[in-house]
Design a binder for this molecule. Structure first.
Ligand code: 5GP
Length: 399
């Protein structure tokens, strides 16, 4: 990639200006690996390429779900360890989410390593190498002017959702996500200037992952932290784990094809069917629409369902009609059937998306974000109702 002046350099990456694109930067991962705030340092040939690949694939997944991130493009083989990102002002915090007790939490709280954490534990650490990145409470983040209360709330909610999305992706590969660190920035330019985005990297240094839930099979940087002797053979084992992780993460951003077959009992329900189809499209899902009556054209219902079953691998049916239509379709197919009943179009679309999200992490993330947006709309509406009336203009006589 075409690079301009170096903007900054960290322990494992460097950031450069992008010539002629003031809003954009080039982030380059290096072959360095460090632990203990840089006390242990080594180089693993090819690690930079693997780190850029891993980060690019994770960020592509997050972008597809609809999370705000700084990632634009790059990071794959011919990009020379480099990815293109939107320029940000970084917030000097590490946001850690934990689903299973490990690492510093075990040391600080005396918990048994491997304990399942529900609800997830969320912690902020101040980025301050000299003081070993101390834990910092949300109140102190605000008091010290590091972030606004609304940003602390948004970072917490986004970090929790990112953890669940990545835990879902890993679980599908029989790997348990233990914990995760992400960082945020504020967009430096453009129409969303100041908006919070997930920034920095999310690579194999930033999480703990245990295949089959077994700590002894770990594939992440903890392998390197745990080394008694840093021998060339040991570093080679670490490199192989990083390679395996980059490869596994390769399919994270792939949405699986899914089809929604919608059957209405009669013409009077077509408008409702179209509205559900529009809501289904919000999740990026395709739908096929039909009118087929369990009472008047049962043979057609039978033929249609058999044809659809034979044509699509991941298929969900939505029926709009009397219980007899749902019962009939349900009796013919082995695929899931959702009876729209009296539910709203949004509800039905979400039920469809949830069904297909079981083995599709992009959809899983989209459902999570839709739910979060719906929650925040409720809270905003409530806050709006309780806004105190504006003070009277000066000079206005009080009744
Ligand atoms: P812990 O606080 O248990 O040491 O770390 C919690 C999680 O955050 C782990 O997944 C760990 O890899 C990650 N983490 C903590 N500090 C750093 C850091 O300085 N850099 C990176 N890349 N990850 C970190």
């Amino acid at each position: 990639m075409n690079k301009g002046l170096e903007i900054t350099r960290g322990k494992t990456k460097a950031l450069y200006e992008s010539p002629e694109q003031p809003d954009v930067a080039v982030m380059q991962s290096t072959d360095n690996i460090t632990a203990g705030d840089g006390a242990r340092r080594n180089t693993i040939e090819g690690k930079g390429r693997l780190a850029a690949q891993t980060t690019a694939r994770v960020f592509r997944l997050l972008n597809l779900c609809g999370f705000p991130t700084h990632y634009l493009s790059g990071g794959e083989d011919d990009d020379d360890n480099e990815i293109l990102v939107r320029r940000c002002q970084m917030i000097p915090l590490e946001v850690v989410v934990r689903g299973v007790a490990a690492g510093s939490l075990v040391r600080r709280k005396g918990l048994q390593r491997g304990t399942l954490l529900v609800p997830r534990v969320l912690e902020f650490f101040l980025k301050d190498d000299a003081n070993h990145d101390p834990l910092i409470e949300p109140e102190e983040i605000v008091q010290r002017g590091i972030a606004h209360p609304s940003e602390v709330a948004a970072m917490s909610e986004i970090a929790r959702m990112v953890f669940e999305v990545l835990a879902h992706a890993w679980r599908r590969r029989d790997v348990l996500l233990i914990d995760l660190k992400i960082e945020f920035g504020r967009l430096a330019n453009g129409e969303n200037k100041g908006a919070l985005v997930i920034a920095d990297v999310v690579d194999n240094d930033a999480w703990r992952i245990w295949p089959q839930g077994r700590e002894d099979l770990m594939l992440d940087k903890q392998m390197y932290r745990n080394l008694q002797d840093v021998t060339p053979e040991a570093l080679d084992r670490v490199r192989m784990a990083y390679e395996q992780v980059a490869e596994l993460v390769g399919s994270f951003p792939q949405m699986r094809s899914g089809m929604v077959a919608m059957l209405a009992e009669d013409a009077g329900r077509v408008e409702n069917l179209q509205e559900i189809a529009r809501q289904i499209q919000v999740y990026g899902l395709a739908s096929g629409r039909h009118v087929a009556s369990s009472a008047l054209t049962p043979g057609y219902v039978m033929q249609l369902v058999q044809q659809l079953d034979a044509s699509f691998a991941r298929l969900v049916y939505v029926t709009l009609g009397p219980p007899s239509l749902a019962a009939m379709v349900n009796g013919i197919t082995v695929n899931p059937v959702i009876d729209a009943g009296v539910q709203s179009a949004e509800f039905v679309a979400q039920a469809v998306a949830k069904t297909l999200a079981i083995d599709d992490t992009v959809l899983f993330g989209r459902v999570m974000l839709m739910q979060a947006n719906a929650r925040s709309a409720v809270l905003q509406a409530d806050a709006q109702l309780n806004v105190p009336p504006p003070p009277p203009a000066p000079g206005t006589a009080l009744a």
